[in-house]
Write a protein that binds this ligand. Structure first.
Ligand code: FE2
Ligand code: FE2
Length: 272
């Protein structure tokens, strides 16, 4: 029994969908999917149907692309309603989401919980000299504006920052409560720390990559590992002895579709 992880399946790309369809069943294993599955409701539902037919259990947390509302997708709701629309689809297929109790990993001797979290971003991933009110124009000056600004609606929150701050607060409360019962594998679409955002060609895209509210979570909570994606830069890093795993697949140019998806699934447990 293994705990595997991936993210950023981006199934609107035909090569990604084809490779996922060919992925063999692994009925003893659990799969973490850390967001950016698909923008369209129809694709998202197909993905959950397929993934749950191949793995014993699937755990999902939303990425920004999942939360987009495409003008051409008439099924899709907006903002918080879109999020809960996705949660409902997950429930149809028995996929665990940030709205469910954190599940215990059964193959551990001591209590270990898997916590899918959803924290979004608040534009605080920026150098100290850039003031909050100038962050967006600072990014725009380098030609960088995330499509989220158009397609990721915050409603009914006044802004994505406000949504992010609410999510961080409620997530912290759940992590405090869970920490009293065991250790935690935290799953989030976004990196928890600014120093994990290593976007050499578009450094100012960091604004849309997370929040400094989560920078010390690996110190405050007993995290065995942190699983995330969004950057499309796979890798393993450590901070203060805690393992941070960027597990994204990404767009077809970010991986080699001819190899299939299997080599890109990261084994989280047992630790290799
Ligand atoms: Fe992505
Ligand atoms: Fe993303």
């Amino acid at each position: 029994m293994r705990l595997l992880a991936t993210s950023d399946l981006h199934l609107n790309h035909a090569a990604n969908w084809a490779a996922l369809s060919r992925m063999p069943a692994q009925p003893d294993d659990w799969l973490i999917v850390a967001g950016d599955v698909a923008e369209k409701i129809r694709h998202f539902r197909q993905a959950m149907d397929l993934l749950t037919s191949r793995f014993a259990r699937v755990i999902w947390t939303p990425g920004n692309h999942d939360l987009w509302t495409l003008p051409t997708d008439h099924e899709s709701k907006r903002g918080l309603a879109k999020y809960f629309q996705l949660v409902e689809i997950c429930r149809e297929f028995g996929v665990l989401t940030p709205e469910d109790p954190y599940i215990q990993w059964p193959a551990s001797h001591s209590p270990l919980f898997i916590a899918p979290t959803f924290t979004l971003y608040d534009y605080s991933f920026r150098p100290d000299h850039v003031l909050a009110g100038e962050a967006l124009s600072w990014a725009e000056a380098s030609g960088v504006v995330a499509t989220d600004e158009i397609l990721l609606y915050p409603d009914p929150y006044p802004s994505r920052e406000a949504w992010c701050h609410t999510r961080c607060q409620t997530t912290e409360e759940r992590l405090i409560e869970t920490a009293a019962r065991g250790s935690i594998i935290l799953v989030n679409h976004y990196p928890l720390r600014y120093d994990l955002v290593n976007l050499r060609s578009i450094p100012r895209f960091s604004l849309w990559c997370g929040t400094k509210l989560t920078e010390d979570w690996h110190l405050r909570f007993p995290l065995t590992a942190v699983i995330y994606g969004h950057l499309h830069i796979r890798g393993t890093q450590h901070r203060d002895g805690v393992r941070f795993e960027e597990v994204s697949l990404g767009y077809p140019q970010n991986w080699q579709p001819a190899r299939g998806i299997q080599p890109y699934l990261r084994q989280i447990l047992p630790q290799v």
